[in-house]
Design a protein around this ligand. Structure first.
Ligand code: FMN
Length: 200
């Protein structure tokens, strides 16, 4: 198990995509509750709080990755499917998956309430979701839990809605499988700081 930290800088630097995770008795529902409660301090446009999360644990989590696998089997060329299946196994072996949604009913209400910003709300909704995803990812990192960010939407949306009884207005934005880290992240490169940041 990787180390836990209470230091923000360490959590930012240590957060990596961990695409192979495994189950762990110590990743309990109570611990996940704490992680998600903390992360929900992330901001949203006008504090509209359009984000929704569904946490799939244990057999439900495995069911999700089985749905992804079968959906992809029908779409990925047969000769590439082994690699796809192996990648998916790295997620399925984990403890759970967080599904991130944005409630389109909220977005629509905001558009009606503040028509001047009508065109902006769908973007702000996604930006708010990204901030929440990042806060969750960092909180997991701080707990020593590995995670990655996946996007098998929209191809699994309909089945997810029907299997887990998701309200019609919730649109799936991202999936975050998590568990005990089961791989070391690779080298990561960075653009030169001077090319990215300008001070005046
Ligand atoms: C908006 C966004 C979408 C991403 N989508 C995926 C994805 O669908 N699958 C995946 O494996 N990684 C995905 N990633 C992870 C990035 O590839 C990864 O964060 C980046 O290469 C840096 O590596 P690191 O996370 O290990 O620091 C996504 C990251 C972001 C910010």
């Amino acid at each position: 198990m990787s180390t836990t930290t209470t230091n923000l800088k360490d959590a930012i630097i240590n957060r990596r995509s961990i695409r192979k995770v495994k189950k762990s008795e110590s990743i309990t529902r109570e611990r996940m509750n704490e992680v998600l409660k903390t992360a929900l301090h992330a901001p949203s446009s006008f504090n509209m709080q359009s984000a929704r999360m569904v946490v799939l644990m244990d057999a439900e989590h495995e069911k999700f990755w089985d749905i992804v696998k079968e959906t992809l089997r029908a779409r990925v060329p047969a000769e590439n499917f082994a690699a796809t299946a192996e990648r998916l196994q790295g997620f399925r072996d984990g403890a759970g998956t967080i599904l991130f949604f944005e409630n389109q009913d909220t977005v629509q209400q905001m558009q009606e309430k503040a028509p001047m910003y009508k065109d902006q709300f769908p973007f702000w909704s996604h930006q708010g979701s990204a901030m929440l995803q990042y806060a969750v990812w960092m909180s997991l990192t701080a707990e020593g839990i590995g995670a990655s960010l996946q996007h098998y939407n929209p191809i699994v949306d309909e089945e997810v809605k029907s299997v887990w009884n998701i309200p019609q207005g919730w649109s799936l934005v991202a999936q975050m499988p998590y568990g005990e880290p089961n791989e070391q992240p690779g080298e990561r490169t960075f653009l030169p700081f001077e090319d990215v940041v300008k001070f005046y």
